[in-house]
Design a protein around this ligand. Structure first.
Ligand code: 13P
Length: 254
């Protein structure tokens, strides 16, 4: 299908895959996806597998992403990983503010904005996640929540930096639950996100930003989701852990 923006489909492996398991997966993906030019393909392994996976996808059409990054450039921050360390492995994208980190690590919009600035300072592209819980959707505050997350976690970015930023809309109630937002629900929120970006930045920026959908994306629902005008890709969890399902999501989206 012809899209206004090139589709970006990324696999978020979360806390899964040893180095050996990760290599099995990317070697399979490399074989299956070598001819694909229509979609930007990204895998986001855990930090411990970045080095080996990076070597395994050299000279392929698969790009590397990380799942988090420190807002600091280095120093006494035990357990943290800085941009320069990711760049050593040719990481291009960094997922920031995933709902799991917002929930379990209590990441705030302000922290995510600081991390986003740090990624851009290192010429990495952030994938900033936003999304509402079921209670927020049902009580009618969804747009207020997502609008607030967008404003807070892109604060301080220049227009040029925003154009190079990816937004992932991940309704919390659809993550790992098997419940997908309907195509119309996804399109409606994506259009709202684009309108909000036009308001926060400008129309030209909003038109350029890629907005991914995430939450129980599977081979069976990928085509319909990706055919929506404001859906520019997917951030895939569970189905990105197997060669067959991740390959089929990508092939079904073309
Ligand atoms: P699932 O695809 O497993 O629902 O996870 C989505 C997600 O959180 C990707 O970041």
């Amino acid at each position: 299908m012809q899209k206004e923006r090139k589709l970006l489909i990324a696999g978020n492996w979360k806390m899964n895959k040893t180095v050996a398991e990760g290599l099995d997966l990317v070697n399979g993906l490399r074989r299956e996806l070598s001819g694909v030019k229509e979609v930007d393909i990204v895998v986001c392994p855990p930090f411990t597998a970045l080095s080996e996976v990076s070597k395994a996808i050299l000279d392929s059409n698969i790009r590397l992403g990380a799942q988090n990054m420190s807002e600091q450039t280095g120093g006494a921050y035990t357990g943290e990983i800085a941009a320069a360390m990711l760049k050593e492995f040719s990481v291009r994208f960094v997922i920031l503010g995933h709902s799991e980190r917002r929930q379990y690590q209590k990441e705030s919009d302000a922290l995510i904005a600081a991390k986003a600035l740090a990624t851009h300072a290192a010429s990495l592209k952030p994938i900033i996640c936003v999304g509402e819980t079921l209670a927020e959707r049902e009580s009618g505050v969804m747009e207020k929540i997502i609008g607030g997350q967008l404003k807070g976690s892109t604060a301080g970015l220049s227009k040029t930096q925003m154009e190079e930023t990816v937004i992932a809309y991940e309704p919390v109630w659809a993550i790992g639950t098997g419940k997908t937002a309907s195509t119309q629900q996804a399109q409606d929120v994506h259009a709202f996100i684009r309108r909000t970006l036009a308001h926060l930045f400008d129309d030209a920026v909003a038109k350029r930003v890629r907005i991914q959908y995430g939450g129980s994306v599977k081979p069976a629902n990928a085509r319909e989701l990706m055919s929506q005008p404001d859906v520019d890709g997917a951030l895939v969890g569970g189905a990105a852990l197997e060669v067959r399902s991740f390959t089929d999501i990508i092939k079904n989206s073309i």
